[in-house]
Ligand binder design. Structure first.
Ligand code: ARG
Length: 469
């Protein structure tokens, strides 16, 4: 028979302690110890709520708060740690508090709260702090995109659809296209925050507390907006965590798309970019190699970000109300997604900051692949030709060029005329990369003034920090 664990929060009705197998499965201190800071914050707030209702007198409150602070110091210093027999962060910290304050006083704190409402609150507090770190990383990523856009303003490159040459665009336009998804991720975090700031504390195990403690007071002390409206929902829902994991996954997916491009752009075939030595790696066998590992890891780690979301949602599916131990599975995916993003983002941002663009090569490829064909078709529309016919005429131009091994702009006046009467020599106005780009000048287009508009908008959000003021 396993011996009794006297530090356990629930042992008295059991005649024996948990088996090793049970304890091993149940234990969460190896990951939830990260929440110690938030557990202690909750304890301070809860002590105030107990005192407000007379369950602690003034002197006891002072003593208890002092003991919590002392425990906090030990936790921060690493001199207090969970024991092998501690089941979770809550049990370990209650043991620590009783060691300092004694059982009579330390044992009062558990009144009117449950690990169920504690843990639901603590994971929210963790995510709220992590969200701020992630937001900072997103902002510095956007900042580097805007700096590169500014440095390379006016440089043309091939724009692609289906990964085939489509229409020329400005490199700055392409780079800033990777900023806007991150702006939306910032907006998502902002709107998520309103839901995350609702406090489950006071919900108790599931039905609320009979001690008359004020959940508003605790919410306020924790810097949250107010208590959740339903104690059962408060202890059992984790949609705030899955939503957070979705946002992390979306940030990763958006970064993986730039990563993919950087990997391709750094190949000899593309030759669009030169990687900085500090942000690339070599090969142990091939001396000539310079590899875009950061972008590959950013792309690869997106898999675990999506996996973390999938993992939590799968755990949540079909759970009955209210608290179920399955919910313990919310923490590791959340921690892993935060750690992953905070590892990937500074590296990718650094890679971006130190990239050099081979602008001559990009510009020279911009008109390749008949990328000015749409400009011809739209020029014809401006001359009064129906788009269906304009499309056909331009298609003929392309096939003629293909047969003759020419570019659109190489066709002679008579060759143009032979294809269609409508193709007067004036069409040459639009047969240049710069003319094409310049003409796409409405909101959101790639024309220089519109790209500068975008840059201004983004600057308001992510001001440059690299310039002396
Ligand atoms: N460790 C649990 C979790 O992470 C919290 C404790 C609740 N446990 C319980 N037996 N009611 O969700």
């Amino acid at each position: 028979m396993a011996s009794k664990n006297n530090d356990s929060l629930w042992g008295s009705r059991f005649s024996s302690g948990p088996s090793d197998e049970m304890a091993n499965l149940s234990k969460s201190t190896h990951f939830d110890w990260r929440l110690a800071k938030y557990d202690l914050l909750g304890s301070k707030a809860h002590a105030e709520a107990l005192a407000q209702k007379g369950y602690l007198n003034k002197g006891e409150l002072t003593e208890l708060l002092k003991a919590i602070k002392q425990l906090e110091k030990r936790v921060v210093a690493g001199s207090f740690k969970p024991k092998e027999t501690d089941e979770d962060v809550h049990s370990a910290l209650e043991r620590g508090l009783i060691e300092i304050a004694g059982g009579d006083l330390g044992g009062k704190l558990r009144a009117g709260r449950s690990r169920n409402d504690q843990i639901a609150t603590e994971i929210r507090l963790f995510m709220l702090d992590a969200a701020e770190e992630i937001e900072k990383q997103i902002l510095s990523f956007i900042e580097q995109l805007t700096i590169q856009a500014e440095t390379n303003m006016g440089v043309a490159m091939p724009g692609r659809t289906h990964f085939q040459h489509a229409q020329p665009v400005l490199l700055a336009h392409h780079l800033l296209a990777h900023a806007w998804p991150q702006v939306r991720n910032l907006q998502r975090l902002e709107s998520w925050r309103a839901r995350a700031k609702q406090s489950p504390y006071g919900a108790g195990a599931l039905a609320g507390s009979s001690l008359g403690l004020d959940p508003n007071l605790i919410a306020e002390k924790l810097g949250m907006a107010g208590p959740e409206k339903n104690s059962m929902d408060a202890t059992s829902s984790r949609d705030v965590a899955s939503e957070f994991l979705f946002i992390c996954a979306q940030v990763g997916i958006d970064l993986s798309s730039l990563s993919e491009e950087l990997i391709i752009w750094s190949t000899a075939e593309f030759g669009y970019i030169k990687l900085n030595d500090e942000f690339s790696t070599g090969s142990s066998i091939m001396p000539q190699k310079k590899n875009p590992d950061i972008a590959e890891l950013a792309r690869g780690k997106t898999g675990r970000l999506v996996g973390n979301l999938t993992s939590l949602m799968t755990s949540l599916k079909s759970l009955p109300l209210s608290y179920n131990r399955d919910l313990q599975e919310d923490k590791e995916p959340v921690f892993d997604s935060v750690d992953t993003l905070l590892l990937v983002m500074p590296a990718l941002t650094g890679m971006l900051r130190t990239l050099e663009f081979e602008t001559n090569r990009m510009e020279s490829l911009a008109p390749e692949g008949f990328s000015l064909a749409t400009d011809v078709a739209e020029w014809l529309v401006r001359q009064g030709v129906a788009f269906k016919n304009a499309h056909e005429i331009t298609g003929k131009m392309v096939s003629t060029c293909e047969q003759l091994g020419l570019k659109l702009q190489d066709l002679s006046d008579s060759q143009l005329k032979e294809i269609s009467d409508k193709l007067t020599p004036e069409v040459r106005e639009v047969l240049s990369v710069s003319g094409s780009i310049k003409s796409r000048d409405r909101a959101g287009g790639t024309a220089l003034p519109r790209v500068l508009d975008q840059l201004m908008e983004l600057r308001k959000l992510a001001p440059r920090t690299d310039l002396e003021s």
